[in-house]
Ligand binder design. Sequence first.
Ligand SMILES: [Zn+2]
Length: 181
Amino acid sequence: MDQSARTATVEVVVGEADGVIPDGTSVSVYADVPAVRGLDRDLLKALRRAARAAALHGIGLRINGGWRSPARQLRLLENAIERLGSREEAARWVATPETSAHVAGQAVDVGPVAAAAWLAEHGTRYGLCRVYRNEPWHFELRPEAARYGNPPLYANPSEDPRHRRGERHTAADTSAIAADA
Ligand SMILES: [Zn+2]
């Protein structure tokens, strides 16, 4: 199927069941909501261990984004295309429903900023790694990181082989947007 097929013409209502955590809000790593329930069990276990350690340092580590339904991811992508003006620019920030680690339950966005910074410094102990330079809040589980450290970061999601479609993206940096890969 042509991945660039137009998909934005049907308005789909997405809500909490799709993993939505409203902008400007966050949930506990123990929250009983689809965004948390849909996460990979090992990822969630590692995140809870890290959150307990962070709490000992006075850092409240919370979840701004977790599992998302394909419909939710598509909505984020459409919003990014509208906001950034092109599919190519949007690809620097938001993955497709087919390629997003969030849809697979294998990525989590943490907050607030201090908690993301704490996790960037201490997360590898729990196998929690940053993946993209432009997304300091986005973490995925790499169990081998406890031994080998955080793998090199991609500049942005469009550099990630999991997301590639054989295109090069050369556009200048854009300001950060709320949605991500
Ligand atoms: Zn993310």
